[in-house]
Design a protein around this ligand. Sequence first.
Ligand SMILES: Cc1cc2nc3c(=O)[nH]c(=O)nc-3n(C[C@H](O)[C@H](O)[C@H](O)COP(=O)(O)O)c2cc1C
Ligand SMILES: [Fe+2]
Ligand SMILES: [Fe+2]
Length: 403
Amino acid sequence: MYQVPQITDSIYYVGVNDRMKALFENMWSLPQGVAYNAYLIVDEQTTLIDTVDVCYSDIFFHKLDLILQGRPLDYLIINHMEPDHGGSIGLLRKRYPELKIVGNKKTFEMLRGFHGITEGLHEVKNGDALSIGGHEFSFLMAPMVHWPEVMFTYEQRKRVLFTADAFGSFGALDGILRDSELGDRSAYLREMERYYACVIGKYGPFVQKALANMDKQGLAIDHLCPAHGVVWTPEGFGEARRLYDRLSRFEAEDGVVILYGSMYGNTEQLADVIAQSLSAAGIKRIVCHNVSKSDPSAILADIFRYRGLIIGSPTYCGELFTPIANLMNLIRIRDVKDRLYTAFGSYTWAPAAVKKLIPFAEEMKWEFVGEAVELKMSELSSVLDLSWALGQAMAARLLAPKG
Ligand SMILES: Cc1cc2nc3c(=O)[nH]c(=O)nc-3n(C[C@H](O)[C@H](O)[C@H](O)COP(=O)(O)O)c2cc1C
Ligand SMILES: [Fe+2]
Ligand SMILES: [Fe+2]
């Protein structure tokens, strides 16, 4: 007989899978789809935590009907208002006019702005509690992870923490709800990394504050329920948490991303020489991304993963090659910290690319390594040694003892 997936005997999973959408936030690829997670707690008062993208509201309401069997919905707790989670709130309120909506001050500003809802609200602050019978909730504010109204909700009796986008991954739920039931959780961890780099990226310091707030409360957690991807149990949570801690400190592994653009292959040849040089110097993790072909979300995930970044661009109308300038802007607005950086480029009549790549180090407060190389037309032999030296310099800096 069909069973609605459950976190505990009284907490149901009522999220949905989206394998239709091509790009999350109309930017980030979804090769394995994405899940919008929502949770329903059945007690003296019925309580929903978050909703789903409005495109999936029919399926979502059907799930609620199956569980509630005609009972009203008493509370909606809103951890996050971004429309992938808050999109169905307006319709939900129409279905359950008596529904009380729980959020903080900033939630309610957005509730008015997105759905025109101003009544039936229950405002909470950090540390406040709410009882619905056997279940007791407490609320932890997590502002700017990655929106200002974000909060986490902890259920004390069943030891479940609901964390909005934090600890979320791309990837629909392919039948399996908990990390502990997966044969291999590494795919979700990789997708957590990519989600982090694309969606949370800039807000590492706020993630650190949210982690500290969790620690301060000393929460015992049997299930950690994010708004996307698998639910984490103590089996996998340690690893997920370490990953989150590392990403939000902008700490990276000893590897190098070579990010380049190339119209006719000249700049690309330099990329390959530099990659070979890095390898010869003992660097084991090297990823070359052709900006025109690589998935931008994969590029960002690798930039969050590796400490070395080398950018190459041809000169294009006296400027950087536009796709490189665009990708640099994605890095810029994420305020990526503590990278070792260098640059290379090419031109035919009036060089500009390298001159425009060099100041990126200062702007991002990164260390510039070695001497930038610039190739004129296809005269590769004139810069082979310089390109090799650039790779050697980056490798030496990466492998130098940290201190
Ligand atoms: C549309 C276009 C605009 C260019 N603008 C410049 C320029 O402003 N200054 C310059 O020195 N070279 C310019 N070039 C020449 C390229 O920078 C040069 O051929 C370079 O080697 C191309 O590298 P690639 O083979 O990696 O694409 C331009 C090339 C193209 C196709
Ligand atoms: Fe979000
Ligand atoms: Fe989200």
